[in-house]
Design a protein around this ligand. Sequence first.
Ligand SMILES: [Zn+2]
Length: 129
Amino acid sequence: MDLLETIKDVLKIADQLRDVELKRKLTNVQIECVELAQENAMLREKMLRLEETAATSETMVFHDNVYWAQRNRAPAEGPFCPKCWVDQGKAVPMTEQTHWLCVVCNTDIIMKQPTVTEQDLIPPRESSK
Ligand SMILES: [Zn+2]
């Protein structure tokens, strides 16, 4: 039987007995039960996240400044944000454009060493002064 339901039933009995002290103490027990249930739910969620992180970390490899998930012999998945992975254990995929960008924390990683372009060869403008 559910503990909170049992407490409600006992509270009804205390009400019928008009025992104010018993009712007050049962109400405190009820509040503590709710708090324990909330803490339990939070801990379960945290445990699931840690299990997920542990399972993923076995497959995460770091190269080219980002993380990649290497599962079995399949091609590596990724890239994943190094900041989100190291700070919070979250495998956040990064968008792939000219840079890799994390949509959660905005970490911006340059994919390759920049090559010399014509724009790089233009001398800086002289000051107007
Ligand atoms: Zn990130």
